[in-house]
Design a protein around this ligand. Structure first.
Ligand SMILES: CC(C)(COP(=O)(O)OP(=O)(O)OC[C@H]1O[C@@H](n2cnc3c(N)ncnc32)[C@H](O)[C@@H]1OP(=O)(O)O)[C@@H](O)C(=O)NCCC(=O)NCCS
Length: 173
């Protein structure tokens, strides 16, 4: 995997919102502007860090780190959670998610010995499933959850974006 020399990762700023919304719309993957406005507020309130990746002048992807996630089994142990990691299709397999995760884990490690993450269970999440396991994330041992509620054995659920497996990783001291 070769990381492009011009790859730059930093915190979200107000001026990033237009390029982000335009880039996802152009990729046929529309995302609401309000989501990034909320992220910016949450970052200002120290509830979330939002990391953006640019390759040269081009926005390429982002990921966030929530300091107080709603998933109860992370909340109970005050485990920060990496959420909403997305790299635009044409920038994939160049190490951009890896750089975003490196930085999110570094920041998480400043406040917590452990960081959490989650992925969906169907094929759209296949890249994330492989990436997170290869980075040493281990299932949290509570099975799968649906909108943050642990699913019980024998229950019927729809396999959609609300169904997730949470994993955790111990960070270097
Ligand atoms: C998951 C995602 C963020 C990965 O972004 P990326 O920048 O392409 O990832 P990287 O280049 O850092 O990949 C690192 C390693 O992960 C694994 N990996 C990444 N994408 C993969 C894929 N499509 N198939 C198999 N392995 C993959 C590989 O081991 C890869 O290393 P390699 O390229 O040297 O083989 C990106 O595919 C994406 O945005 N997917 C859609 C949204 C999503 O699922 N987000 C995660 C939500 S939980």
């Amino acid at each position: 995997m070769s990381t492009p020399l011009s790859l730059h990762v930093r915190r979200l700023e107000a001026g990033d919102i237009d390029p982000i919304v335009s880039a996802f719309a152009a990729a046929g993957w529309p995302k609401p502007r309000q989501q990034y406005e909320r992220y910016l507020r949450e970052q200002a309130e120290d509830r979330r860090v939002v990391l953006v990746a640019y390759q040269g002048a081009e926005f390429a992807g982002y990921g966030t780190l929530a300091w107080e996630p709603s998933y109860p089994l992370f909340a109970a142990e005050r485990i920060p959670e990496i959420q909403d990691l997305n790299v635009l299709p044409r920038f994939r397999r160049r190490g951009i998610a890896t750089r975003l995760l490196d930085e999110a884990e570094r920041l998480a490690g400043g406040r917590s010995p452990v960081v959490g993450i989650g992925f969906g269970l169907y094929a759209d999440y296949g890249a994330a499933q492989r990436l997170y396991v290869l980075r040493g994330y281990v299932p949290d041992g509570h099975g799968i959850s649906c909108r943050d509620r642990i699913v019980q054995g024998g229950e019927s659920v729809v396999v959609d974006d609300d169904l997730a497996l949470r994993l955790r990783k111990r960070l270097p001291a």
